[in-house]
Write a protein that binds this ligand. Structure first.
Ligand code: GCU
Length: 464
């Protein structure tokens, strides 16, 4: 009898298992199909952009996975600097040296911005639609031991010019419930899902570390602003502004679109009494590390940046041959991050033809503090830690001109050396492709700049 029961239980379990597998396979099929379609449409849009630019072919990118591949990424420092001379951030296009902060602000900085706009990240349209923020829920909860007030926000983008496209920017904000005044806030470009979440037993999450300083935290969902593939360029905020049409060669790419969304969240923070909008930090990892640097470079209201493993198209120098290169970013899987014009540097032009490089993107953040982070070559070599360090070092002269401190060295330091005494900071942690190990270092750096203020009006924080 018992035996029969056991057989039946096993049979039932097996049937359930089979159903589950079939269900999973069925669920997978549309997803695979959808991705194949996205890849096809992205390649089509990429080809269209090449046609628009009159480019017949692009040089291929590097393979980061297979050491046997003929085009395997370079990890030999002796071959990493084919173009060692960087454009000088303090020399005007007419050859004149920039000698005063005024010359920087009124002449050189606008030149650099124009080059990044036209050649690299693309232009944000002159008139972007208005965003109306709605608080969709507010709840009191605890993160660890700390009571917080969590607000779910949706930024409705006015689509009256093209109702076929809807853009609703999603942000979650948590501020310390017992704050005596408006709190500094660190906002993250969220990957969503499980990526970047603290594993059980791995210590306090980044949010808890931020809370321990008395600050709040927020997460913005980049994909609610712009999809992360070329097939989505006629949708999202870029598609809305173009009324569903394809991009022009100097139109914005996803990095600037995500950055634009972060700026709109900052607009909201300016209206929220629980937040000190003058003390908003932005943090992002990998592709969102790139978006973080772009956002902070362009919007001077951001107070500080934590730029994690941003690599090519972020803080790493385009002129370096290490890990990912220009040609990868210009390929059909990543070109949507950039302006169409960027493709030319993987086609007829070379990296050395770029009028600017990543050190000048870091310099656009000056005099505000920026922390550039990388993992070790064992797991994070693709992002080129040294290339990012050199960009941070290359921004030094601009920080000094504006009365701030550079990193204190131009020599790439041993792993885990903490360079946070200046206003542009760097650390390569010994983990892989992750923000985790550098959070404490970033927060030590950030606490020199962000401060909890006791509000004169103590009711401010509780008025929400
Ligand atoms: C790829 C890509 C990188 C990017 C990364 C990510 O590795 O080549 O440029 O930073 O994805 O965002 O995870």
């Amino acid at each position: 009898m018992d035996k029969m029961l056991a057989v039946r239980v096993i049979a039932a379990w097996f049937m359930l298992f089979l159903c589950d597998m079939a269900g999973a396979r069925q669920a997978q099929r549309p997803a695979n199909k959808r991705w194949a379609e996205i890849r096809r449409l992205s390649a089509e849009d990429h080809r269209k952009m090449m046609d628009l630019l009159g480019i017949k072919s692009l040089r291929p990118g590097r393979n980061g996975m297979n050491p046997q591949a003929a085009n395997y990424a370079n990890y030999d420092e002796a071959k990493a600097n084919p173009y060692p001379n960087l454009p000088d951030p303090l020399v005007l296009k007419n050859g004149k040296k920039v000698t005063t902060p005024e010359m920087w602000w009124t002449q050189r900085r606008p030149e650099i911005v124009e080059d990044f706009d036209r050649e690299i990240y693309g232009r944000v349209p002159k008139d972007t639609p208005k965003v109306t923020w709605e608080v969709t829920s507010t709840s009191r909860e605890k993160n660890g031991d700390v009571p917080v007030i969590t607000t779910e926000l949706v930024g409705h983008v006015d689509n009256s010019s093209y109702p076929a496209i809807t853009v609703d920017i999603q942000v979650t904000l948590s501020t310390p419930a017992d704050a005596m005044g408006p709190a500094p806030v660190i906002m993250e470009f969220g990957f969503g899902g499980w990526f970047g979440r603290a594993r059980p037993g791995s210590g306090p999450s980044w949010q808890q570390q931020v809370l321990a300083k008395g600050w709040g935290y927020a997460v913005i969902v980049p994909y609610s602003i712009q999809a992360d593939y070329g097939a989505g360029l006629n949708q999202g905020i870029i598609g809305l502004c173009n009324k569903g049409q394809s991009r022009k060669a100097d139109d914005w790419g996803a990095l600037r679109a995500w950055a634009w969304g972060a700026s709109r969240a900052l607009d909201y923070f300016e209206t929220d009494k629980s937040v000190d909008a003058n003390q908003i930090g932005l943090e992002g990892h990998s592709r969102f590390g790139k978006a973080t640097l772009v956002a902070v470079a362009y919007d001077q209201r951001f107070a500080i940046a934590y730029v994690s493993s941003s690599g090519a198209g972020g803080a790493s120098l385009f002129r370096r041959d290490w890990g990912e290169i220009v040609e990868n970013v210009a390929g059909s899987g990543e070109y949507h991050w950039m302006a169409g014009n960027f493709l030319r540097y993987a086609g007829p032009l070379t990296w050395d033809d770029l009028p600017i490089d990543a050190h000048e993107l870091v310099a656009l953040c000056a005099p505000r503090p920026v922390f550039i982070s990388s993992g070790s070559n064992n797991g994070d070599a693709w992002v080129d830690a040294k290339g990012m360090f050199l960009a941070a070092a290359g921004a030094g002269p601009v920080y000094r001109l504006l009365g701030k401190r550079d990193m204190g060295t131009t020599e790439f330091p041993p792993i885990e050396t903490t360079l946070i005494d200046g206003d542009v900071a760097f650390r390569q942690h010994s983990g892989g492709h992750t923000t985790g190990p550098n959070w404490p270092t970033f927060l030590t750096f950030a606490q020199r700049y962000l401060h909890v203020k006791q509000a004169a009006d103590k009711s401010a924080a509780s008025s929400r």
